[in-house]
Design a protein around this ligand. Structure first.
Ligand code: BGC
Length: 532
């Protein structure tokens, strides 16, 4: 054989082997990462003061729904009367974090996290809102959590309102449909600042107000079950005013509480205050100008609707234009205190979808409406999914979306400090999995590793992101999906409530403590097993 033919054959052989190897890597259950996302991610890819943490929320983990003078929350009542969750499950016991928090903090400590995001149950602190007194047992419970976190060197990151509130406020006022709820919220926030602000330095006033308004008042699937429109959602541009009003009240409640914090508490306590927005990423379905505009509109109708008032003091022009007279306006005084009412932006980011224009092409009735900015969303283009399915319909694994959404928010809001307050993965095939398979959650590791790589890229490009919270610390009550949908780094046995660290918890620990890169799953598994 002539030497040049030998080299040509050798080249083809090596090429074929490399292709085979690549294919086998992709077929072992891993997400197919794009070239720029294959980066091997390391702790040192993030700035040294960057906070890594995990998160939960009160109703999803605490249980003890009527203990120590807590009142019934809107979710307690909703679940008991209507049987919420796919299997009629509820948060009565949840993960019993109320009794097991010390063990949980121990587990957090062993993970090596620097921050823990949790919410305070409104009904535990103020069982009757402004109509009653502060409940000392509720204060004591959160004091113990905060003190023990600090003892372990973990920064408490507190969400004041995460989905639930005392039922009495629903019965008396109709909750977020009534401006009185703003005063209730300020009263609650004030109690939190007063009792916990000496130690809590990061506050999130409200978790995902727009999503809450949609779920409760547009789709009517969260309490108080108000559907807008005769078929449960908006039709043909006739959006209903309820979600818009609820959103307006929540934004003003945030603004007033933030004003109180900035003027009265911050000068004495230090600390900072923000709000968390559900920020999906939208990419245009086609190359048409209309779809490009639709993707931009989708961003504005989600992230912008929430954040513009808190940073610029008013709603985005597009939202004003599409919602017309249904959108309330802020008074001059309100604009002043709303403007710059956050010190940081909390971003909950899980997924990306394609956006298509509905002003010129046909969309479903639920999409073809003003409240959605006349944008339709789809997960598929030319028969190809945008990313792998997760357990949640319409939610796909698209790691590049993290960099894209952070960049959009960076540009629109002049690089205001950001925290990724939620990012996590729930496997769609959880029903078919045995416990050992649920614990061996390689896909969750790949999700976090690839989304973190994408986040690191945005930070290298200049985004001022200060922290990342993996959602969630443990499997918990996933609202309408009950306990079936699992996001946790820890598996929770539903009979014994025993927590078992999943492979992803070990990966996170390794990533945080050893600065090890772990995108090669086989290698990581071996390494973790020997470290365990
Ligand atoms: C909520 C969490 C929830 C998560 C996953 C977020 O929108 O803030 O409470 O568990 O999504 O569904």
């Amino acid at each position: 054989m002539k030497p040049n033919i030998f080299f040509i054959l050798l080249f083809f052989l090596i090429y074929a082997l490399a292709t085979l190897l690549e294919a086998s890597t992709n077929s072992d259950g891993g997400f197919i990462l794009e070239e720029n996302e294959k980066t091997r991610i390391k702790r040192s890819d993030f700035p040294s003061g960057f906070l890594f943490g995990t998160g939960t929320s009160a109703y999803q983990v605490e249980g003890a729904y009527l203990e120590d003078a807590k009142s019934l929350s809107n979710w307690d009542v909703f679940c008991h009367s209507l049987g919420c969750g796919e299997n009629g499950e509820n948060g009565d016991i949840a993960d019993d974090h109320y009794h097991m928090f010390l063990k949980d903090i121990e587990l957090m400590h062993s993970l090596g996290i620097q921050a823990y995001r949790f919410s305070v149950s409104w009904a535990r602190i103020l069982p009757r809102g402004r109509f009653g007194k502060v409940n000392p047992a509720g204060i004591m419970f959160y004091n113990k959590i905060i003190d023990n976190l600090i003892l372990k060197g973990i920064e408490p990151f507190v969400t004041i309102h995460h989905v639930e509130f005392p039922q009495e406020l629903e019965d008396i006022y109709g909750s977020w449909l009534n401006p009185e709820m703003q005063e209730e919220f300020i009263y609650f926030a004030d109690a939190c600042f007063k009792f916990f602000g000496d130690r809590v330095k990061y506050w999130i006033t409200i978790n995902e107000p727009l999503l809450l308004a949609e779920m409760a008042y547009e789709l009517g699937v969260f309490p108080p079950f108000h559907c807008s429109g005769p078929f449960g959602n908006c039709l043909d541009g006739n959006s209903d005013v309820k979600p818009i009003i609820a959103m307006h009240n929540m934004l003003l409640a945030h603004g007033k509480a933030a004003k109180l914090y900035h003027e009265y508490f911050q000068p004495k306590q230090g600390g900072s205050i923000g709000l968390t927005v559900n920020s999906k990423m939208y990419e245009p379905l086609t190359n048409s100008e209309l779809d490009h505009q639709a993707a931009r509109r989708a961003f504005v109708f989600q992230s912008g609707w929430t954040l513009d008032p808190l940073i610029f003091g008013d709603y985005p022009e597009e939202v004003k234009e599409y919602l017309g007279y249904e959108l309330p306006s802020f008074s001059h005084d309100e604009k002043n205190f709303m403007k710059n009412s956050i010190d940081f932006i909390g971003i909950n980011h899980y997924s990306t979808t394609y956006a298509k224009d509905c002003t010129n092409s046909s969309c479903s009735a639920t999409e073809n409406c003003a409240i959605q900015g006349f944008v339709g969303t789809v997960g598929e283009r030319d028969g190809v999914l945008i990313g792998e399915h997760t357990a949640v319909e319409g939610s796909y694994v698209v790691p590049r979306g993290m960099e894209e959404i952070v960049n959009l928010i960076k540009i629109r809001y002049n690089n205001k400090p950001m925290f990724i307050t939620e990012n996590g993965y729930s496997s769609p095939d959880v029903h078919e999995q045995r416990v050992d398979e649920l614990i061996n959650d390689v896909k969750r590791i790949e999700y976090h590793a690839s989304y973190l790589a994408s986040l690191a890229k945005s930070i290298r490009e200049g985004a001022d992101v200060r922290g990342y919270f993996a959602w969630s610390f443990m499997d918990s009550y996933e609202w309408l999906q009950g306990y079936d949908v699992k996001y946790g780094l820890h598996y929770v046995d539903r009979q014994t409530l025993t927590r078992t660290p999943k492979l992803s918890a070990k990966w996170y620990k390794n990533f945080l403590t050893n600065n090890t890169d772990l995108v090669n799953m086989e290698a990581s598994r071996e390494k973790l097993n020997t470290n365990a």
